[in-house]
Design a binder for this molecule. Structure first.
Ligand code: F6P
Length: 319
Protein backbone atom coordinates (compact mmCIF):
# COMPACT_ATOMS: atom_id res chain seq x y z
CA UNK A 1 0.00 0.00 0.00
CA UNK A 2 1.08 3.57 -0.67
CA UNK A 3 -1.95 5.53 0.43
CA UNK A 4 -4.57 4.78 3.07
CA UNK A 5 -7.72 6.32 4.54
CA UNK A 6 -9.34 6.29 7.95
CA UNK A 7 -12.98 6.69 8.95
CA UNK A 8 -15.14 6.44 12.08
CA UNK A 9 -18.59 4.89 11.84
CA UNK A 10 -21.65 3.98 13.94
CA UNK A 11 -22.10 5.37 17.47
CA UNK A 12 -19.07 7.44 18.49
CA UNK A 13 -16.93 6.45 21.45
CA UNK A 14 -14.27 8.11 23.55
CA UNK A 15 -10.84 7.30 22.17
CA UNK A 16 -11.87 7.34 18.50
CA UNK A 17 -9.85 10.55 18.09
CA UNK A 18 -6.82 8.91 19.69
CA UNK A 19 -7.20 6.05 17.20
CA UNK A 20 -7.48 8.44 14.23
CA UNK A 21 -4.38 10.29 15.45
CA UNK A 22 -2.49 7.03 15.75
CA UNK A 23 -3.46 5.84 12.25
CA UNK A 24 -2.48 9.19 10.70
CA UNK A 25 0.81 9.59 12.54
CA UNK A 26 1.86 5.98 12.13
CA UNK A 27 1.06 6.10 8.39
CA UNK A 28 3.11 9.27 7.95
CA UNK A 29 5.94 7.77 10.00
CA UNK A 30 6.04 4.85 7.57
CA UNK A 31 6.03 7.16 4.53
CA UNK A 32 2.41 6.52 3.49
CA UNK A 33 -0.09 9.10 2.29
CA UNK A 34 -3.11 9.25 4.57
CA UNK A 35 -6.63 10.59 4.06
CA UNK A 36 -9.64 11.13 6.31
CA UNK A 37 -13.18 10.25 5.29
CA UNK A 38 -15.79 12.49 6.92
CA UNK A 39 -19.07 11.00 8.32
CA UNK A 40 -18.19 7.34 8.01
CA UNK A 41 -19.43 5.35 5.02
CA UNK A 42 -21.63 8.27 3.99
CA UNK A 43 -18.51 10.32 3.27
CA UNK A 44 -17.13 7.47 1.18
CA UNK A 45 -20.21 7.62 -1.03
CA UNK A 46 -20.38 11.44 -1.17
CA UNK A 47 -16.61 11.63 -1.74
CA UNK A 48 -15.97 13.67 1.41
CA UNK A 49 -12.30 12.70 1.61
CA UNK A 50 -9.32 14.92 2.45
CA UNK A 51 -5.59 14.49 2.90
CA UNK A 52 -4.22 14.56 6.44
CA UNK A 53 -0.86 15.71 7.79
CA UNK A 54 0.82 15.58 11.18
CA UNK A 55 -0.92 18.74 12.37
CA UNK A 56 -4.42 17.66 11.29
CA UNK A 57 -4.52 15.37 14.30
CA UNK A 58 -2.88 17.71 16.82
CA UNK A 59 -4.70 18.44 20.08
CA UNK A 60 -7.25 15.62 19.71
CA UNK A 61 -5.91 12.71 21.79
CA UNK A 62 -7.78 14.07 24.83
CA UNK A 63 -11.06 14.86 23.07
CA UNK A 64 -14.26 12.80 23.17
CA UNK A 65 -16.40 12.38 20.05
CA UNK A 66 -14.73 12.04 16.67
CA UNK A 67 -13.28 14.87 14.59
CA UNK A 68 -14.16 12.78 11.52
CA UNK A 69 -17.81 12.70 12.62
CA UNK A 70 -19.86 9.59 12.14
CA UNK A 71 -23.09 8.36 10.59
CA UNK A 72 -25.19 5.24 10.31
CA UNK A 73 -25.39 4.93 6.53
CA UNK A 74 -28.11 2.74 4.94
CA UNK A 75 -26.91 3.39 1.38
CA UNK A 76 -23.65 1.61 2.08
CA UNK A 77 -25.63 -1.59 2.70
CA UNK A 78 -26.26 -1.76 -1.07
CA UNK A 79 -23.77 -3.14 -3.58
CA UNK A 80 -24.04 0.09 -5.53
CA UNK A 81 -23.06 2.13 -2.47
CA UNK A 82 -20.12 -0.17 -1.77
CA UNK A 83 -18.86 0.05 -5.35
CA UNK A 84 -19.19 3.84 -5.32
CA UNK A 85 -17.23 4.04 -2.05
CA UNK A 86 -14.45 1.80 -3.33
CA UNK A 87 -14.31 3.77 -6.59
CA UNK A 88 -13.95 7.09 -4.73
CA UNK A 89 -10.99 5.65 -2.84
CA UNK A 90 -9.36 4.17 -5.95
CA UNK A 91 -9.57 7.33 -8.00
CA UNK A 92 -7.36 8.99 -5.36
CA UNK A 93 -4.94 6.08 -5.39
CA UNK A 94 -6.08 4.96 -1.92
CA UNK A 95 -5.73 1.20 -1.62
CA UNK A 96 -6.12 0.63 2.12
CA UNK A 97 -8.55 1.78 4.81
CA UNK A 98 -8.89 1.66 8.58
CA UNK A 99 -12.49 1.59 9.82
CA UNK A 100 -13.11 2.45 13.47
CA UNK A 101 -16.55 1.49 14.80
CA UNK A 102 -18.89 -1.13 16.20
CA UNK A 103 -20.46 -4.27 14.75
CA UNK A 104 -22.44 -2.44 12.02
CA UNK A 105 -19.22 -0.80 10.87
CA UNK A 106 -17.59 -4.23 10.64
CA UNK A 107 -20.21 -5.31 8.07
CA UNK A 108 -19.23 -2.31 5.94
CA UNK A 109 -15.53 -3.09 6.38
CA UNK A 110 -16.11 -6.65 5.18
CA UNK A 111 -17.92 -5.35 2.08
CA UNK A 112 -15.13 -2.87 1.30
CA UNK A 113 -12.59 -5.63 1.53
CA UNK A 114 -14.70 -7.65 -0.96
CA UNK A 115 -14.41 -4.63 -3.27
CA UNK A 116 -10.64 -5.09 -3.25
CA UNK A 117 -9.74 -2.35 -0.77
CA UNK A 118 -7.30 -3.55 1.88
CA UNK A 119 -9.26 -3.14 5.10
CA UNK A 120 -8.59 -3.16 8.85
CA UNK A 121 -11.40 -2.76 11.42
CA UNK A 122 -10.82 -1.38 14.92
CA UNK A 123 -13.34 -1.90 17.75
CA UNK A 124 -14.70 1.57 18.58
CA UNK A 125 -17.79 1.36 20.78
CA UNK A 126 -18.60 1.92 24.43
CA UNK A 127 -20.61 -1.34 24.47
CA UNK A 128 -17.68 -3.82 24.61
CA UNK A 129 -19.81 -6.16 22.52
CA UNK A 130 -17.23 -7.10 19.87
CA UNK A 131 -15.89 -10.66 20.04
CA UNK A 132 -12.18 -11.49 19.67
CA UNK A 133 -11.12 -8.51 21.74
CA UNK A 134 -11.18 -8.20 25.51
CA UNK A 135 -11.94 -4.49 25.31
CA UNK A 136 -13.28 -1.96 22.82
CA UNK A 137 -12.16 1.65 22.52
CA UNK A 138 -14.45 3.80 24.71
CA UNK A 139 -15.62 1.08 27.09
CA UNK A 140 -13.21 2.02 29.88
CA UNK A 141 -14.26 5.67 29.76
CA UNK A 142 -17.98 4.83 29.68
CA UNK A 143 -17.56 2.58 32.73
CA UNK A 144 -15.70 5.37 34.56
CA UNK A 145 -18.54 7.78 33.82
CA UNK A 146 -21.11 5.33 35.21
CA UNK A 147 -19.01 4.70 38.33
CA UNK A 148 -18.66 8.44 38.90
CA UNK A 149 -22.43 8.92 38.51
CA UNK A 150 -23.18 6.09 40.95
CA UNK A 151 -20.77 7.59 43.51
CA UNK A 152 -22.84 10.77 43.38
CA UNK A 153 -26.16 8.97 43.53
CA UNK A 154 -24.98 7.02 46.54
CA UNK A 155 -24.43 10.25 48.53
CA UNK A 156 -28.00 11.38 48.18
CA UNK A 157 -29.49 7.86 48.39
CA UNK A 158 -27.73 7.32 51.72
CA UNK A 159 -29.00 10.65 53.12
CA UNK A 160 -32.57 9.68 52.27
CA UNK A 161 -32.20 5.92 52.84
CA UNK A 162 -33.41 5.21 49.34
CA UNK A 163 -32.93 2.79 46.52
CA UNK A 164 -31.66 3.91 43.15
CA UNK A 165 -32.16 2.23 39.80
CA UNK A 166 -29.53 3.24 37.25
CA UNK A 167 -30.12 2.38 33.59
CA UNK A 168 -26.96 2.17 31.52
CA UNK A 169 -26.19 1.68 27.81
CA UNK A 170 -24.65 -1.35 26.14
CA UNK A 171 -27.26 -2.37 23.59
CA UNK A 172 -27.52 -6.21 23.89
CA UNK A 173 -24.36 -6.48 25.98
CA UNK A 174 -24.26 -6.28 29.78
CA UNK A 175 -20.58 -5.34 30.14
CA UNK A 176 -21.04 -1.65 31.03
CA UNK A 177 -23.53 -2.65 33.74
CA UNK A 178 -21.34 -5.51 34.96
CA UNK A 179 -18.04 -3.63 35.20
CA UNK A 180 -19.58 -0.39 36.52
CA UNK A 181 -21.80 -2.28 38.96
CA UNK A 182 -18.88 -4.26 40.33
CA UNK A 183 -16.66 -1.18 40.59
CA UNK A 184 -19.31 0.87 42.37
CA UNK A 185 -20.52 -1.81 44.78
CA UNK A 186 -24.03 -2.10 43.35
CA UNK A 187 -26.42 -4.37 45.22
CA UNK A 188 -27.89 -5.88 42.07
CA UNK A 189 -26.67 -5.91 38.48
CA UNK A 190 -29.17 -6.82 35.77
CA UNK A 191 -27.62 -7.91 32.48
CA UNK A 192 -29.22 -9.45 29.37
CA UNK A 193 -26.89 -12.46 29.58
CA UNK A 194 -28.37 -13.70 32.89
CA UNK A 195 -32.11 -13.89 33.74
CA UNK A 196 -32.98 -12.00 36.92
CA UNK A 197 -35.30 -12.95 39.76
CA UNK A 198 -36.96 -9.79 41.13
CA UNK A 199 -38.54 -11.66 44.07
CA UNK A 200 -35.08 -12.67 45.23
CA UNK A 201 -33.56 -9.22 44.64
CA UNK A 202 -36.42 -7.46 46.47
CA UNK A 203 -36.26 -9.87 49.42
CA UNK A 204 -32.51 -9.35 49.76
CA UNK A 205 -32.84 -5.58 49.58
CA UNK A 206 -35.52 -5.58 52.28
CA UNK A 207 -33.37 -7.77 54.47
CA UNK A 208 -30.30 -5.60 53.92
CA UNK A 209 -32.21 -2.45 54.90
CA UNK A 210 -33.46 -4.20 58.04
CA UNK A 211 -29.84 -4.97 58.87
CA UNK A 212 -28.71 -1.39 58.63
CA UNK A 213 -27.97 -0.82 54.93
CA UNK A 214 -28.69 2.82 54.12
CA UNK A 215 -28.75 2.82 50.33
CA UNK A 216 -29.35 0.43 47.49
CA UNK A 217 -28.11 0.64 43.95
CA UNK A 218 -29.52 -1.51 41.14
CA UNK A 219 -27.71 -1.21 37.82
CA UNK A 220 -29.80 -2.20 34.80
CA UNK A 221 -28.33 -2.75 31.37
CA UNK A 222 -30.60 -1.29 28.68
CA UNK A 223 -30.60 -4.74 27.04
CA UNK A 224 -32.68 -5.98 30.02
CA UNK A 225 -35.31 -3.27 29.88
CA UNK A 226 -36.22 0.19 31.11
CA UNK A 227 -35.10 1.43 34.51
CA UNK A 228 -38.68 2.63 35.13
CA UNK A 229 -40.06 -0.91 34.69
CA UNK A 230 -37.47 -2.38 37.05
CA UNK A 231 -38.32 0.30 39.64
CA UNK A 232 -42.01 -0.60 39.31
CA UNK A 233 -41.25 -4.30 39.84
CA UNK A 234 -39.36 -3.35 42.99
CA UNK A 235 -42.13 -1.09 44.27
CA UNK A 236 -44.66 -3.89 43.82
CA UNK A 237 -42.60 -6.13 46.11
CA UNK A 238 -41.32 -3.70 48.78
CA UNK A 239 -42.30 -0.42 50.42
CA UNK A 240 -39.25 1.19 48.85
CA UNK A 241 -39.76 4.24 46.69
CA UNK A 242 -36.84 3.94 44.27
CA UNK A 243 -35.53 6.80 42.12
CA UNK A 244 -34.58 6.12 38.52
CA UNK A 245 -31.62 7.60 36.66
CA UNK A 246 -31.13 7.01 32.95
CA UNK A 247 -27.55 7.99 32.17
CA UNK A 248 -28.04 8.02 28.38
CA UNK A 249 -25.59 9.67 26.02
CA UNK A 250 -23.53 11.19 28.84
CA UNK A 251 -21.85 7.78 28.76
CA UNK A 252 -20.56 8.47 25.25
CA UNK A 253 -18.92 11.85 25.92
CA UNK A 254 -15.97 13.38 27.70
CA UNK A 255 -12.25 12.93 27.66
CA UNK A 256 -11.07 9.32 27.20
CA UNK A 257 -9.27 7.56 30.06
CA UNK A 258 -5.61 6.71 29.68
CA UNK A 259 -6.61 3.08 29.08
CA UNK A 260 -8.74 4.03 26.08
CA UNK A 261 -6.09 6.39 24.70
CA UNK A 262 -3.40 3.73 24.95
CA UNK A 263 -5.63 0.99 23.49
CA UNK A 264 -6.61 3.31 20.60
CA UNK A 265 -2.99 4.31 19.99
CA UNK A 266 -1.81 0.68 19.93
CA UNK A 267 -4.62 -0.51 17.65
CA UNK A 268 -4.30 2.43 15.22
CA UNK A 269 -0.58 1.83 14.76
CA UNK A 270 -1.10 -1.93 14.49
CA UNK A 271 -3.68 -1.40 11.72
CA UNK A 272 -1.14 0.58 9.68
CA UNK A 273 1.58 -2.02 10.24
CA UNK A 274 -0.78 -4.82 9.18
CA UNK A 275 -1.70 -2.97 5.98
CA UNK A 276 1.98 -2.37 5.26
CA UNK A 277 2.61 -6.08 5.71
CA UNK A 278 0.02 -6.75 2.97
CA UNK A 279 -2.72 -8.03 5.27
CA UNK A 280 -6.43 -7.26 4.70
CA UNK A 281 -9.93 -8.11 5.90
CA UNK A 282 -8.93 -8.26 9.57
CA UNK A 283 -10.57 -7.08 12.78
CA UNK A 284 -7.97 -6.03 15.31
CA UNK A 285 -8.25 -6.43 19.03
CA UNK A 286 -6.48 -6.96 22.30
CA UNK A 287 -6.56 -10.32 24.07
CA UNK A 288 -4.75 -10.74 27.40
CA UNK A 289 -2.79 -7.58 26.61
CA UNK A 290 -1.60 -8.83 23.19
CA UNK A 291 -2.63 -7.30 19.86
CA UNK A 292 -4.60 -9.73 17.67
CA UNK A 293 -5.88 -9.87 14.08
CA UNK A 294 -8.93 -12.02 13.24
CA UNK A 295 -10.77 -12.32 9.91
CA UNK A 296 -13.59 -9.74 9.98
CA UNK A 297 -16.20 -12.26 8.84
CA UNK A 298 -15.32 -14.56 11.72
CA UNK A 299 -15.85 -11.68 14.16
CA UNK A 300 -19.16 -10.68 12.56
CA UNK A 301 -20.54 -14.21 12.92
CA UNK A 302 -19.44 -14.69 16.56
CA UNK A 303 -20.94 -13.70 19.89
CA UNK A 304 -18.87 -12.15 22.64
CA UNK A 305 -18.55 -14.53 25.60
CA UNK A 306 -19.94 -13.21 28.88
CA UNK A 307 -17.55 -12.77 31.80
CA UNK A 308 -19.17 -15.20 34.22
CA UNK A 309 -16.25 -15.02 36.64
CA UNK A 310 -16.84 -11.28 37.20
CA UNK A 311 -20.60 -11.77 37.40
CA UNK A 312 -20.27 -14.48 40.07
CA UNK A 313 -17.93 -12.20 41.99
CA UNK A 314 -20.61 -9.49 42.09
CA UNK A 315 -23.02 -12.02 43.60
CA UNK A 316 -20.56 -12.82 46.40
CA UNK A 317 -19.69 -9.19 47.16
CA UNK A 318 -23.03 -7.37 46.82
CA UNK A 319 -24.61 -8.06 50.18
O1 F6P B 1 -23.63 1.43 20.47
C1 F6P B 1 -23.47 2.53 21.32
C2 F6P B 1 -24.78 2.98 21.88
O2 F6P B 1 -24.53 4.09 22.72
C3 F6P B 1 -25.58 1.92 22.61
O3 F6P B 1 -25.11 1.68 23.91
C4 F6P B 1 -26.96 2.51 22.57
O4 F6P B 1 -27.95 1.52 22.63
C5 F6P B 1 -27.00 3.19 21.22
O5 F6P B 1 -25.64 3.39 20.84
C6 F6P B 1 -27.72 4.50 21.19
O6 F6P B 1 -27.79 4.89 19.87
P1 F6P B 1 -28.09 6.38 19.40
O7 F6P B 1 -26.85 7.19 19.63
O8 F6P B 1 -28.42 6.24 17.97
O9 F6P B 1 -29.23 6.89 20.25
Amino acid sequence: VKSIAVLTSGGDSQGMNAAVRSVVRSALYHGLEVHAVQRGYLGLITDDIRPMDLRSVGDIIQRGGTILQTARCKEFMTLEGQQKGAENLRKRGIDGIVVIGGDGSYQGASKLSQQGIRTMALPGTIDNDIPFTDFTIGFDTAVSIVVDAINKLRDTMTSHERASVVEVMGRHCGDIALYAGLASGAEAILVPEVPYDMDRIAARMKENFEHGKRHSIIVVAEGVGKGDDIARELTERTDMDPRVTVLGHIQRGGSPTHNDRILASRLGDYAVRQLLAGDSGKALGIVKGELTATPIDEVIGAKKPFNKELYDLTLRLSQ
